[in-house]
Write a protein that binds this ligand. Structure first.
Ligand code: GYE
Length: 323
């Protein structure tokens, strides 16, 4: 009898220590303590830094053990990270897919291992939506439309062609694809809006600067820059100033994100309009994670609420921005 009891105690202790050190047991959902494997895109922008902090802080607050990896904008690194989370039998996997396509195989592996997957920030184009439980993030098409609507209004009385250059986000990523198509859909209604050059700047400041320098060399009369994020816009501002032009005046600038540095440039008159994209997804992500681990139903799509900012609005809210 005694032997049996001590065996039970040992088993209990082992179970406890397994949970405590965070290796969890796939899909067990025992208690409130869960382990999440999170594969982040990288550290390419101010947005991403704020997003990482939000995920890490929220995990701590929610008592979720977080295994975190940075894929340096490489899909192969994300696939490796997801496979290692499957091997470690985490309770839930969350990731922000760098590009939209090519995920079916690894997501199927997670499904076979009965580990629920949450897409956060960016979407995948998999036809089989049973491969993930939910997608939490912004509506990037809508963001592109908002950028286009501001432009149409700003140039409503213009008769001459409006020459636009576009700095796209990471090639193949959901925000680059959708911010491009939403923008195009709106400005496409009027032939005076012409995109004269469009290239990726990989969502980084350095690449934004480099590509804008090339745009300026081959196109002497650019009216508008549409950058898919603030960081590329900020890099482009350096290029524009380097070419002896005034950003925000000689070349009007629209960006997406509304991170602090972007909002500062907007308040300073160097950017003309910013479409907000919130990186503060952590608290909602932890809530969703707890639910899917318990096997509760969650909405298939959770859209973040966002707004837009003009220069005057930026001046008003700058001091209260969280990121
Ligand atoms: O806009 C950009 C970042 O996926 C919404 O990725 C995110 C985008 C964000 O690098 O700054």
């Amino acid at each position: 009898m005694l032997k049996r009891i001590s065996a039970l105690v040992v088993a209990g202790l082992t179970a406890m220590s397994v949970t405590a050190c965070g290796s969890g047991s796939g899909g067990s959902g025992g208690g409130d303590s869960i382990t999440m494997g999170f594969s982040q895109v990288g550290a390419e922008s101010g947005w991403r830094t704020a997003n990482t902090k939000s995920v890490q802080d929220s995990a701590k607050n929610a008592g979720v053990t977080l295994k975190f990896s940075d894929a340096q904008q490489k899909q192969e690194n994300q696939i490796k990270a997801i496979r290692s989370y499957i091997q470690q039998k985490v309770d839930v996997i969350a990731f922000s897919p760098v590009v939209e396509s090519g995920w079916d195989t690894v997501l199927k592996e997670a499904k076979d291992a009965k580990i629920p997957v949450i897409l956060t920030d960016r979407a995948v184009d998999s036809k089989d939506t049973s491969l993930y439980k939910t997608f939490l993030g912004s509506d990037f098409v809508e963001e592109g439309k908002k950028a286009g609507q501001w432009l149409v209004e700003e140039y409503k009385d213009a008769k001459d062609p409006v020459k636009i250059v576009e700095l796209q986000g990471t090639t193949g990523s959901a925000p680059a694809n959708d911010r491009k198509s939403g923008f195009q859909e709106v400005i496409g209604a009027d032939a005076k809006f012409q995109i004269i050059a469009s290239q990726t700047g990989d969502f980084t400041r350095a690449k934004g600067k480099e590509v804008m320098e090339a745009f300026l060399k081959s196109n002497p009369d650019i009216d508008v820059l549409y950058a898919h994020n603030d960081d590329m816009g900020l890099g482009a501002i350096e290029a524009i100033e380097g070419a002896g032009k005034a950003p925000g005046k000689d070349i009007k600038i629209i960006t997406v994100d509304a991170v602090k540095d972007g909002m500062q440039a907007l308040a300073d008159g160097k950017i003309n309009f910013i479409v907000e994209c919130s990186p503060l997804l952590g608290p909602q992500l932890m809530d969703l994670a707890k639910k899917v681990v318990k096997g509760e139903q969650v909405q298939a799509r959770v859209v973040t609420e966002e707004t837009t900012f003009t220069q005057d609005q930026a001046k008003q809210v700058l001091s209260t921005r969280q990121y």
